[in-house]
Design a protein around this ligand. Structure first.
Ligand code: AMP
Ligand code: ZN
Length: 114
């Protein structure tokens, strides 16, 4: 996807504060952080959202979660607690149509979310 902002970050075409990268996933700090720690994890492959994820993506989707947990550990928020979020679609507030998992922590959070 030529004009997808997260594809462009994945390809290194626009700068990002990358905290983890391998052949399949990239994690970087959110430009508009919602907590002291806010990291976004994306697959390198352009998948518009979890709605479009297919059977073949099972391992990749699992990896997004495991990398999220590892980043939470590395960022020092694992013991205090953190939230993993996937916004899917308009009503959930998805603003970038490239599948991503948010890792947010470092502050107390409320439930239900807004
Ligand atoms: P969502 O609203 O779930 O689609 O999340 C998209 C997130 O991407 C938002 O939290 C944005 O702040 C973040 N974001 C958008 N553009 C960038 C960028 N260039 N670098 C880092 N984070 C970004
Ligand atoms: Zn993309």
């Amino acid at each position: 996807m030529d004009d997808c902002v997260f594809c462009r970050i994945g390809r290194g075409e626009i700068p990002a504060d990358i905290v983890y990268k391998d052949d399949e996933v990239v994690a970087f700090r959110d430009i508009n952080p919602q907590g002291p720690v806010h990291v976004v994890i994306i697959p390198v492959e352009h998948i518009p959202g979890i709605k479009e994820a297919e059977e073949r993506h099972q391992g990749l989707v699992g990896k997004l979660m495991l990398v999220a947990a590892r980043i939470a550990q590395d960022e020092g928020i694992a013991d205090g607690g953190y939230r993993l979020v996937v916004n899917q679609g308009r009503e959930a507030g998805q603003s970038v149509d490239h599948l991503h998992v948010h890792v947010i922590g470092g502050r107390a959070m409320h439930w239900p979310p807004g």
